[in-house]
Design a protein around this ligand. Structure first.
Ligand SMILES: Nc1ncnc2c1ncn2[C@@H]1O[C@H](COP(=O)(O)OP(=O)(O)OP(=O)(O)O)[C@@H](O)[C@H]1O
Length: 312
């Protein structure tokens, strides 16, 4: 919310998006919003339209119906201005002039960004900074043709964040990266989001994104079948008790408890924070419920996804 209490304008807005190739419908009635500072992970089985959606969001593909706005600007009818806010890697790995060095490629990218309507000059130090962030300093003056797949992938992310975008869109940014490279991308995405950037990324790595995405959109058969608020899911605690139904009834009466369920032998409650656990334990014990264990109820995104995709 803004200071006046009005909701902040979404950094990314997709409204009623449909995409067909001939008679083949690839995306149907997609609506989604991403707020500044939010990391939105898009996932779904192969061939369900993630890349097509990302191509539409970045202006590389045209929707059959619907519209997409980046920072309030329509990416198709006001494309140059909308893209001034955008950093993106859509083809993985991103395309570079392979006979030029990584540094030269970033310089070309910086020059093009500065020339675009609404574009800003990228200071020379920023090139060094992003190369260091992506751990490419050692490779900076080597021709891109000498880069490994993972190094090109990281150079792609370096060019996407170079101009400090307000919207960052990455299609499978961690495919082809080693575990340390994956961790590096996670840290960069998290830090961009902390600075207010809205991030959309597509991925198949559910257990990884569960640790740092705020929202997960599940796309199946071209439809967005679910939007999972990970923060809300992860605020739950579970109590292993002798009477889960009785414990749930006690927990439900506590003013700070928002949602209660049971999964024998557990009673599960959304407490609004760890600090409430002792109060909940005290009340359960006062009411004669025996508690054997209390712990965070980790949300298993993989299991949830499997069920959701199987049901769709
Ligand atoms: N240019 C095109 N012409 C016709 N059909 C296309 C075109 N591009 C994509 N498609 C079709 O659109 C559907 C979605 O493809 P898309 O690449 O968006 O899926 P995806 O979810 O990104 O898949 P993956 O997880 O395998 O990367 C597929 O059936 C694909 O064959």
């Amino acid at each position: 919310m803004t200071k006046q209490g009005a909701p902040a304008i979404p950094a990314i807005e997709v409204r009623g998006l449909n995409k067909r190739y001939g008679n083949h419908s690839v995306l149907e009635e997609i609506f989604l919003n991403v707020r500044p500072g939010e990391v939105y992970a898009l996932t779904g089985p192969n061939g369900t339209g993630k890349t097509t959606l990302i191509r539409c969001m970045t202006g590389l593909a045209f929707p059959t119906d619907g519209e997409i706005r980046l920072m309030g600007r329509d990416v198709h009818t006001d494309g140059a201005r909308a893209r001034a806010f955008l950093g993106a890697v859509v083809e993985a790995p991103a395309k570079f002039y392979t006979q030029f060095t990584g540094n030269q490629n970033l310089q070309i990218h910086a020059n093009l960004s500065a020339m675009a309507p609404g574009g800003r000059r990228v200071p020379r130090e920023r090139l060094r900074e992003v190369l260091a962030l992506l751990e490419l300093t050692r490779m900076a003056d080597r021709k891109v043709q000498e880069y490994s797949l993972g190094q090109r992938q990281r150079l792609g992310v370096a060019s996407a964040i170079l101009a400090d975008p307000k919207v960052l869109i990455l299609d499978e940014p961690t495919s082809g990266l080693d575990p340390l490279g994956i961790g590096l991308i996670h840290r960069i995405v998290t830090s961009m989001a902390t600075d207010g950037c809205a991030v959309v990324l597509s991925t198949h790595h559910l257990r990884e994104i569960a640790t740092y995405a705020h929202t997960v959109g599940i796309l199946t058969g071209g439809r967005l079948v679910d939007t999972v608020d990970l923060r809300a899911r992860q605020a739950a605690y579970r109590f292993r008790v002798d009477d889960p139904v009785g414990a749930a009834a006690v927990l439900e009466r506590l003013p700070f408890v928002r949602k209660v369920s049971t999964r024998t032998p557990f009673a599960i409650a959304h407490l609004g924070g760890e600090a409430r656990v002792p109060d909940a334990l005290a009340r359960l014990s006062e009411e004669g419920i025996r508690v054997f264990e209390a712990s965070p109820d980790h949300f298993d995104l993989y299991e949830y996804y499997r069920e959701r995709v199987e049901k769709a």
